[in-house]
Structures are given as C-alpha cells and as structure tokens.
Design a protein around this ligand. Structure first.
Ligand SMILES: Cc1ncc(COP(=O)(O)O)c(C=O)c1O
Length: 341
C-alpha cells in the first residue's frame, strides 16, 4: 500500500478514512506474556488462514483523537479512559489485557512518530488513533486464542458527521445487542452485526441508526457509533442508563460539562416517545464529537427535534465547551488532557 504523502492532504476535506501513515505500534502476546512492543513501518498484517480472529471474531478496538493546539503542541483527551475500556473489552472477550500505562505510552509514541500528520488547529480535523487487538493463533474448535497482536495506527480525519449540522436518524428495526457476540455492548469489538442496519439506514439517507433496548424495545439505547443525549423541555441533560450501550468517554465527559453548565445532568431510562419530545438532542462520541439530531424516524414517521437545519443553543454551548477543553483553549477538569510535543 502507498504511504500517505503529507502534501497530498487537504486538511479541510479529509473525510473519515484510513490512510497509511509512516509509523504504527505493534506488540505481540506469546507464551503467556506480552512481548516488548515497538514502532513499525509496515502497515500490513500477515495471518494464518486458521487465525482465531478470522473465524470467531476475537477482536477489540478503541478510538481516540490527538488535537493540534493553538501553540502547536498536541493534546490527547483522556487516553487513560481508552486504556481502561480496552482492558475491560479484552477481559470480556477472553483476551489478555494490555497494561494500561503501556497503552497510553504506546499511543503517545504513535502520535509523536507521525506528528506532522496531526492536522492544524482551526482545520476542524484531528489525528484519529485506532488501537486494536486480534487473536492470531490457529483455532478450529471454538476456544480463545493463545497468541495475540496489538496494533495502534493513526490517521488524520475530518469531522465524522460534519460540524454542527443537524442530521437525520432512524430507529433500527434490528437489535444491536449482538456486538462482539456478547449479547451486550458495553465493550468495544466486532461491530459486524451493526453493519446491515447501518448500510440500510445510509441507503435511505439517514446518518445512522438509533437502537432501542434489546429487552423491551421501548427505551433509547444508543446510535450505531455514538451515545444519545437529550435536553428535556425543562432544560435537563438526560442520557440513557443501559446495560447494553458502550461506556462512552465523551458521554462521561459531557455529564461533567453539563453539570458545570447547570443542566442538572442525569442518566436514566428514556422512552422513545420521550426522545421524540426533547427540546434538543444529540449524538456524542469521539468520532461524532456532538452531532445534533435534527430528526428521528420511526416506522416511517419523522419526528423533528429542535430543527432540521439549525442547532439548538444548549447543544451549541456544550459542543463549544467540550472542544475548547480538547484543544486546550479552556482548562478542563484535572487529568483530562495530556499535552505532548
Ligand atoms: C457504539 C458506540 N457508542 C458510543 C461511542 C462513543 O464512545 P466514545 O465517546 O468513548 O468515543 C462509540 C464510539 O465512538 C461507539 O462506537
């Protein structure tokens, strides 16, 4: 594969796609322990046809971003949280957890090694970092692998769902609870079961699906790639409490930002009917940042939330404060931002 040339990048129109940068980190697990990892240049992974990941999908991943600050340095946003969730995901899929401090160190190494690919401040673009782990040893019977590869690559990305433009969402006719084959989606890996609903939603012109709780199909769970929040008619920030959604780091952070802004945030069950009647609503996640929800369509009936072409004031204020903290324009709570250069 051709390495990405820096001069070919248009920082303002990057999209959200894989690009082959000069360096990635690789560590291998063998004989019951993690070997010392290192930066490597080769972007290809060679596997046996019998590799566990190819048959039983033993794979987990994370996603976080590096932000170019106004002073030219680089910020990481809560990488310790990704390290922790990665370890939880590993545990759930019977994989050996990667030490959390080493994870953060490795992420920093990848960002620094590719630092000229961290997009300029003000471009709206960031360097997306994708750590993942796969079971590589051969497995014919269903059993956990004995050998694993961890890789961390990075790629410059624009906004996943552009800026603060409201998007249309559709309630998924499928359960999404089969992530990672676990029946619950708290951990992050193997999204294959969400591909069909997402392909169908995109074909129909929607930005993403909104999934309902798998037990009663009554409560809002989350979007295909982001958590849900709403602002009630009384002005309260509400977000679903559910056992079957990903523990979003953006959600955790926005709960604190919302508290600072006096929005009295709460995590609780939210019925679909209630979601339709929110004053404002949004999708929140590392890739989505905050993407305003313009409408939710359910059984061919569209419910507009706030506006299909304007973003509400509460959502705008939350977005502005979150990105100001991420880019280092504003000081966030202790430990949220790690600056490297
Ligand atoms: C299904 C799902 N929910 C929520 C999120 C948001 O999580 P985070 O804020 O940690 O990126 C993501 C990833 O961005 C996701 O894939």
């Amino acid at each position: 594969m051709m390495k990405q040339k820096i001069e070919d990048l248009d920082w303002n129109n990057l999209g959200f796609e894989y690009r082959d940068l000069p360096y990635r980190y690789e560590a291998k697990y063998k004989d019951g322990e993690w070997q010392e990892g290192k930066l490597v240049e080769d972007s290809t992974v060679t596997l046996s046809e019998g590799a566990e990941v190819l048959h039983y999908g033993q794979e987990i991943f994370e996603g976080l971003k590096a932000y170019r600050r106004k002073d030219g340095k680089i910020n990481l946003f809560r990488p310790d949280q990704n390290a922790h969730r990665f370890a939880l995901s590993a545990e759930r899929l019977a994989m050996p957890p990667y030490p959390e401090d080493k994870f953060v160190e490795a992420v920093k190494q990848v960002v620094l090694a590719n630092k000229e690919y961290v997009p300029p401040y003000d471009s709206g673009a960031t360097l997306y970092v994708r750590p993942f782990m796969i079971g590589t040893s051969q497995a014919l019977g269903v059993a956990a692998a004995t050998e694993y590869t961890l890789r961390i690559f990075a790629t410059p990305v624009g906004a996943y769902i552009k800026g603060l433009n409201p998007a249309a969402y559709k309630v998924s006719p499928y359960d999404r609870a089969a992530y990672a084959g676990t029946g619950q989606a708290k951990t992050s890996g193997n999204y294959a079961s969400s591909l069909l609903p997402s392909v169908e939603a995109h074909k129909e012109g929607f930005a993403d699906c909104l999934y309902l709780d798998p037990r009663e199909h009554k409560y809002v769970d989350e979007f295909g790639g982001a958590n849900f929040f709403g602002i009630t008619q009384e002005g309260q920030f509400v977000t679903p409490k559910s056992e079957s959604i990903l523990i979003s780091i953006t959600k955790k952070s926005l709960l604190e930002v919302a508290k600072r802004q006096g929005l009295n945030p709460v995590e609780r069950q939210i019925t679909l009917e209630e979601a339709f009647n929110m004053k404002e609503a949004g999708a929140m996640g590392t890739a989505a940042v905050i993407s305003p929800v313009g409408s939710i369509t359910y059984n061919d009936q569209k419910h507009v939330i706030y506006s299909e072409d304007k973003t509400g004031p509460v959502t705008t204020k939350l977005y502005n404060e979150l990105i100001a903290i991420q880019y280092g324009d504003k000081t966030g709570p202790e430990g949220w931002v790690q600056t490297i250069d």
